[in-house]
Design a protein around this ligand. Structure first.
Ligand SMILES: C[S@@+](CC[C@H](N)C(=O)[O-])C[C@H]1O[C@@H](n2cnc3c(N)ncnc32)[C@H](O)[C@@H]1O
Length: 274
């Protein structure tokens, strides 16, 4: 059984992330990446012009019709799809992430708002009473579900896929990368805050731990948000077998990352098996 996302209550071990968190002592407020404390940090770092967003929007543009964006979060794909004129249903489990999406929608033209339906729900168990020519699950979020959850997801997707419709999903594997188990980078959010982003992913491990915290917290006793989650890593050939067993045929595989990178992301296009 693979491991879904596991919100952590501490940053354990001897990793750089654990040492950095330990330095903060009682100031550290440990949270998940998508909860009330973590969601604003995640949103601050969201990008809207990246290879995955471009590939998903291009794949949807090829044929007309409405889109179901699963695990939509704060709308990284929902918003560009609305801007491209599509009707989009954005589904996510986290009310905190959806609150951020609603805030973004409120700033958008009313014509875009009118084409968006926001649904709080579980991507493994949803019943929307309609079908979609396009269903997408990006940001490699399939790995947030365990084996059972994925089986239910495929069932729900098939129940909502229009005749001839496509289910698009992205999958993360470890690329041909010879570097250390843990990486640490500094990234700047849209609001100007600089963050430290750690990823602990020993070669061959079936999960990776992601930790995000502000790089330069104030020099006082105020709390510092430390977001951390352990995320499962799926095996692509096994996943393709699983999709086939569930009644979904892979019709294309599009690499989204250049060779030699630590993260190898692939966009799979699938359709209901005949
Ligand atoms: C990596 S984020 C991606 C969000 C958005 N697609 C993006 O690219 O910014 C994963 C999202 O999955 C959501 N999520 C986690 N488990 C879920 C589930 N069982 N059903 C629906 N959404 C879920 C989280 O709340 C979070 O918003």
């Amino acid at each position: 059984m693979s491991e879904p996302t596991m919100p952590l209550t501490t940053v354990q071990g001897t990793t750089l992330a654990a040492r950095r968190t330990a330095e903060l002592g009682s100031r550290a407020r440990i949270c998940g990446l998508y909860d009330a404390l973590g969601a604003p940090l995640y949103q601050d770092l969201a990008t809207y012009d990246d290879p995955e967003t471009r590939a998903l929007v291009a794949a949807v543009r090829a044929t007309p019709g409405s889109v179901l964006d699963l695990a939509a979060g704060a709308g990284r794909f929902t918003l560009p799809l609305l801007a491209a004129g599509r009707e989009v249903t954005a589904l996510d489990l986290s009310t905190d992430m959806l609150a951020l999406l609603r805030t973004e929608l409120a700033k958008a033209p009313t014509s875009m708002q009118a084409r968006c339906t926001v649904v709080q729900g579980d991507m493994a168990h949803f019943a929307l009473g309609r079908s979609f020519p396009h269903i997408l699950l990006g940001t490699t979020s399939l790995s947030l579900l365990d084996d059972r959850g994925r089986t239910h997801l495929y069932r729900s997707v098939l129940a909502h896929l229009a005749e001839g419709g496509q289910f698009l999903l992205t999958v993360l594997e470890r690329g041909e990368f010879d570097g250390p188990a843990e990486t640490a980078v500094r990234v700047t959010g849209a609001g100007g805050t600089v963050y430290e982003l750690y990823e602990d992913w020993p070669a061959g491990a079936d999960s990776r731990t992601v930790t995000l915290l502000p790089a330069d917290p104030p020099q006082d006793d105020s709390p510092v948000t430390v977001c951390t989650d352990r995320v499962a890593v799926l095996d692509l050939p096994r996943l393709e077998e699983e999709l086939a067993e569930s009644g979904l045929t892979v019709t294309s595989r599009q690499p989204l990352s250049p060779p030699g990178e630590r993260h190898r992301v692939t966009l799979l296009t699938t359709e209901a098996s005949r």
